[in-house]
Ligand binder design. Structure first.
Ligand code: ZN
Length: 178
């Protein structure tokens, strides 16, 4: 089949087209790879969460590490370790949100997958009911990681998808005197 055969444009075609317009107006900002604000943001992949707009972030300011739930998995720790040790970040902000898809799942999801495809995934679904507790668990996983040299500025938040506001989740260990 010839690649020149016209076909219905896919969503990826639309992205590529948008990129051409983006590149046409793009000038090399001359930046290095080290995030200017020395912060890594770990957040859910939710489509309603525009991290840069919601946090006032500009190009080059931060690392963004996203997955379903904004969960601190081994791979999240891998990215944070590289972020801190190779690229100079010092702070970590964890952002979960209201109405997360993971609140509608349970670990049965893995069992159902196994029944369907004959193989149980090695990863946990990381489903949760209480978003605040999930944020606390994520903060704890970052703070206790032996690979991360900077764990004194780790804060967790819940983003409200209906108001756009962040609410901080305070843990006893992170409560500040001042
Ligand atoms: Zn989510």
């Amino acid at each position: 089949m010839s690649s020149s055969v016209s076909r219905t444009a896919t969503v990826t075609d639309r992205l590529v087209e948008a990129n051409r317009a983006y590149a046409a107006g793009f000038t090399d900002p001359g930046m290095g790879a080290r995030p200017v604000l020395r912060v890594a943001v770990v957040a859910c992949m939710d489509a309603r969460l525009d991290l840069h707009a919601a946090l006032g972030l500009a190009l080059g300011d931060c690392h963004t590490i996203r997955n379903a739930g904004g969960v601190v998995t081994d791979d999240t720790i891998r990215s944070l370790t590289i972020s801190q040790r190779a690229l100079g970040t010092r702070s970590v902000a964890l952002i979960h949100h209201t109405g997360c898809g993971l609140q509608t799942l349970t670990e049965d999801f893995r069992h159902e997958l196994e029944l369907e495809v004959g193989q149980r995934p090695a990863w946990a679904v990381e489903a949760f009911r209480d978003v605040d507790q999930d944020v606390r668990q994520s903060m704890q996983r970052v703070r206790t990681s032996p690979f991360l040299p900077h764990t004194d500025d780790v804060r967790g938040f819940v983003f409200d998808v209906t108001t756009g506001l962040l609410r901080e989740v305070v843990t006893h260990s992170s409560a500040r005197v001042s």
